[in-house]
Design a binder for this molecule. Structure first.
Ligand SMILES: O=C(O)c1ccc(O)c(O)c1
Length: 249
């Protein structure tokens, strides 16, 4: 385990990734990582002008229901089946400062643990009123929020009887097209988290705990939805853990 005590102020513009905090790209217990992981040393490339100045997908075309997964795929007057929740939090930089204007995209399985995807094979029922995708943009204080239903856990073909705990996938776009980070949020108190082979690739317990959103009782909506709070830290020693798959660790 690495020492994450906060005693020394962080200085300098660049915060190198702590390799003990992030899971190794090659983690045989997570079978698909074996073929996905880089076979050669990584190269660090500078961003090009077109990546830095190019348009960022989606910032100007948010629809009213994009941050409401309970309704954004539902027939008029209907809603998705499941436990209604609000997920909210802040996008923060390495010094804890808010990051405004970030496009966040979310995708998840339905309450029974089934994705709406043509390659989905799990036998749980489709919910005709649930699509499973949404998005939001962080405000001036870095805050974002969306309404959804709590996803179900599901089995997956990794080892015998491996299950994914209930989780929501997050993509975070920055101010350039090449700035994209992907992570997953889990739910406080779920015993399945500690049995998951993907979670099991994460070497540091604190890094896992940072992916687990606590129940936020103060922001529940009585007679409607419970709230979970998930802050995303983009860089620094306490950076949220991001997946290997799209960024090559
Ligand atoms: O990378 C994978 O194989 C994989 C499988 C199941 C998941 O739920 C997931 O998030 C990733």
């Amino acid at each position: 385990m690495s020492d994450r005590s906060n005693s020394k102020p962080e200085t300098g513009a660049f915060f190198a990734r702590d390799r003990a905090w992030h899971p190794p790209a090659f983690s045989p217990g997570y079978k698909t990582s074996v073929l996905r992981s880089p076979q050669r040393a990584l190269l660090s490339l500078d961003g090009t002008i077109s990546e830095i100045t190019g348009p960022v997908f989606g910032h100007s075309i948010l629809n009213e229901l994009d941050n409401d997964l309970i309704h954004n795929f539902a027939r008029p007057g209907e809603s998705a089946v499941g436990e209604r929740i609000i997920v909210h939090g802040r996008v923060l930089d390495e010094r804890g400062r808010p990051v405004p204007g970030v496009l966040l995209e979310f995708w998840q399985a339905n309450a029974g643990g089934r994705y709406r995807h043509k390659k989905e094979t799990y036998l749980a029922a489709i919910d005709p009123n649930f699509g499973g995708c949404g998005r939001a943009i962080s405000d001036d204080e870095g805050r974002y929020a969306f309404r959804t239903i709590r996803p179900g856990a599901y089995p997956w073909p990794n080892g015998v009887n491996d299950w994914r705990p209930a989780h929501i996938h997050f993509s975070v776009f920055g101010h350039g097209f090449a700035q994209r980070l992907i992570t997953q949020m889990y739910f406080e108190g779920d015993p399945m988290i500690w049995k998951c082979p993907i979670v099991g690739t994460i070497p540091d317990k604190q890094a896992i705990e940072q992916l687990i959103a606590p129940l936020d009782w103060g922001n529940t909506i009585p007679m409607d939805a419970r709230a979970y709070k998930f802050d995303i830290v983009l860089r620094g020693r306490r950076s949220t853990l991001f997946e290997n798959r799209l960024e090559g660790n």
